[in-house]
Design a protein around this ligand. Structure first.
Ligand code: P6P
Length: 338
């Protein structure tokens, strides 16, 4: 009967969020409505990414499609879908997207209390070779949304009320935290529903994997170089870590979250602030890592304490298993002392 109960007592993402909402009697369901629009965007992108290979095969992507229209690149298409879904939800006032130079200020009639920062299709250069890619999002809640201003999104990541990503790979997995732990949901295409498959994800305290682009090694600073050296040539008695680097942040972070270990995109001489964007890559992934019992560090401070000054600002990031990040924090602290 247990198996039957599991099969028939479907915990969908909507039901999960409604359960969460019931813990906040004051909430009027705005977040649930907002999330349902984000989920709609993810379902659209999942279906488009799955067809992308085929579309390319029959010449739809990149050139003109059967109607002779210029076929939009998948990341531009995904961005359009997310912006339209979020605006039409009537629950947002400011949107920041990796695809748009300027923030979107929602028209007064459709304004709501949430600001959403997102990368609609992170890692999209990997589509053609079939490597997993993803959507990353973070959500801030504002008190006064009548006259939205940019400083309402230039907030430290610790002020986010929710964050998550949706990974488009062998399956479509949405990982979400609303501030009380991390849960993973897998899309059941036959139902068109995200079903809870990874309840209460906790990252192992220590892992056996490090994840970094070793091709940048000649430009790393001392602490990063020393840390990676320790991963490869550990002190007597312990075994080296394995290197796993996919080059798609959602895939590398999802593996780190489930298996443990550390993901690094350090600063280097060429890019003193690293490559990854604070608002819609660093903050959401750091939020999830802390909620899962791990941590996230910029080389100078706790990542979620950072206060961004610009919406597309970058930051170095070291995130993952608590003990692994502690080791690189100690190396940066030692350098700061010298
Ligand atoms: P590099 C993909 O382009 C991306 O933004 C992230 O998804 C990924 O972690 C990173 O860049 C990879 O960068 O410099 O190692 O190719």
């Amino acid at each position: 009967h247990a198996a039957d109960a599991l099969r028939t007592d479907l915990m969908t993402i909507t039901r999960y969020v409604l359960n969460e909402q019931s813990k906040h009697p004051e909430s009027r369901g705005d977040f649930t409505i907002l999330l349902s629009h984000i989920v709609l965007g993810c379902k659209f992108v999942c279906s488009s990414v799955n067809k992308a290979g085929l579309a390319k095969l029959i010449g739809l992507a990149g050139e003109t499609n059967v109607q002779g229209e210029e076929q939009k690149k998948l990341d531009v298409l995904s961005n359009d879908v997310f912006v339209k879904a979020l605006v039409s939800s009537g629950r947002t006032c400011i949107l920041v997207s990796e695809e748009d130079e300027e923030a979107t200020f929602v028209e007064p009639a459709l304004r709501g209390r949430y600001c959403v920062v997102f990368d609609p299709l992170d890692g999209s250069s990997n589509i053609d070779c079939g490597v997993s890619i993803g959507t990353i999002f973070g959500i801030y809640m504002v008190k006064d949304f009548t006259e939205p201003t940019l400083d309402q999104v230039l907030q430290p990541g610790k002020n986010m009320v929710a964050a998550g990503y949706c990974m488009y790979g062998s399956s479509c997995t949405l990982v979400l935290s609303t501030g009380s732990g991390v849960n993973g949901f897998t899309l059941d295409p036959s139902l068109g529903e995200f079903i809870l498959t990874h309840p209460d994800i906790k990252i192992p305290n220590k892992g056996k994997i490090y994840s970094v682009n070793e091709g940048n090694a000649k430009n790393w600073d001392g602490p990063t170089a020393k840390y990676v050296e320790n991963c490869k040539f550990p002190k007597e008695g312990s075994s080296p870590k394995s290197l796993r680097y996919i080059g798609s942040m959602v895939a590398d972070v999802h593996r780190t979250l489930l298996y443990g270990g550390i993901f690094l995109y350090p600063a280097d001489k060429k890019s003193p602030s690293g490559k990854l964007r604070v608002l819609y890559e660093v903050f959401p992934m750091s939020f999830l890592m802390e909620q899962a019992g791990g941590q996230a560090f910029t080389g100078k401070e706790r990542a979620l304490d950072l206060v961004p000054k610009k919406i597309h600002e970058r930051s170095p990031i070291f995130l993952g298993s608590y003990d692994d990040v502690e080791e690189i924090k100690a190396l940066y602290a030692a350098e700061a002392k010298n």
